[in-house]
Design a binder for this molecule. Sequence first.
Ligand SMILES: NC(=O)c1ccc[n+]([C@@H]2O[C@H](COP(=O)([O-])OP(=O)(O)OC[C@H]3O[C@@H](n4cnc5c(N)ncnc54)[C@H](OP(=O)(O)O)[C@@H]3O)[C@@H](O)[C@H]2O)c1
Length: 349
Amino acid sequence: MSSNNAIVLKKYIDPTEGYPKIGEHFGLEERPFNLEATKVDEEHPLLLRNIYTSIDPYIRIRMQNPKYKSYLPSLGINQVIPNLTLAEVVKSAVPEHKTGSHVIFMSGWEEYTLVPKQAMGMVQSVNNPYNLPLMTFVGALGMPSQTAYIGLKHIGQPKAGETIYVSAASGAVGQVVGQLAKAMGLYVVGSAGSDEKIAHLKEIGYDAVFNYKKESVHEALPRVCPKGIDIYFENVGGETLDAVLLNANFHARIIFCGCISQYNNPNPYGLKNYSQILTKSIKVEGFIVMNLMPLYQEEYFREMPKLIAEGKLKYKYDVYMGLGSIPEGFLAVLQGNNFGKALSKIADE
Ligand SMILES: NC(=O)c1ccc[n+]([C@@H]2O[C@H](COP(=O)([O-])OP(=O)(O)OC[C@H]3O[C@@H](n4cnc5c(N)ncnc54)[C@H](OP(=O)(O)O)[C@@H]3O)[C@@H](O)[C@H]2O)c1
């Protein structure tokens, strides 16, 4: 008898209650599993062995009570927490996914996943012409990089010579935004919450950087963006957004990707400078990557794997070893303690 342990939601946690607690709101559930006896059939055509799974901040939104409507439904109590995962097919009842091949699927934080037939359309075969490491498919090529690519290129409409400011710049999304923007000829400014992260931003080509925990964003922005801000890639919200509005140029664009400073904030920050949106004709556009990815999938997979294979896009990972380390990794992401893209290695390749 082997195991199919999982990280499950145990209790809803609302935005005003602060950070989720391991053991109370979510945690490890031990589940015995008979791998040999588990069969695939028409109803459940695939059995997956999960190898690398992504750890993303948006899961926090899915842990709240269903009365808070969002772009994805709240999870059910005792439901395994789903997230984008690179998995090996261990049993298959369909010819398109052979045993031993690799797929990407929203299987999530558990050791094995039996895929129901209704979800088969979401199972993607790994296409790897550049022979990239397998973790790339939930890392440098995964959902946060797709967010960076689509947000910058298609929402931001960047032009060479413009100034872009990126918050949470060393994270999964931010590190890609900065490098892509630099390659497009922009002046690239970033902020992060530790000196180690700041050093990394300089290494990957950011033109100007600051540690927002040492220098207030209000003081730093006029200094690091002497020509003002044309594009803001918004990852954190709150006071940072307020300071950006004061330093934004006429016709600036705000790519509203996330507001992580507010996800666990019992006292949501009230914007003070929103009249700047009117007086500077600023365009603020929110987006959810999964809604736009079908439009840009083809160009994304044409351009990005090549950039990574050629070493033109550096990518820092923060890998949590073993399923049991996922809760710690998730809290690290929410509390700013991750450094690079957080993911977990659940099993050997
Ligand atoms: N719209 C979409 O479809 C989409 C898709 C993916 C991600 N997102 C959003 O993009 C943002 C970045 O996600 P990610 O996956 O790249 O995460 P990440 O940047 O790898 O990790 C989160 C980082 O946010 C920063 N942070 C945490 N709490 C903060 C706070 N109170 N104030 C300021 N910064 C804080 C921390 O870095 P520092 O140490 O630098 O503070 C932390 O390392 C999130 O808001 C996420 O929800 C949106």
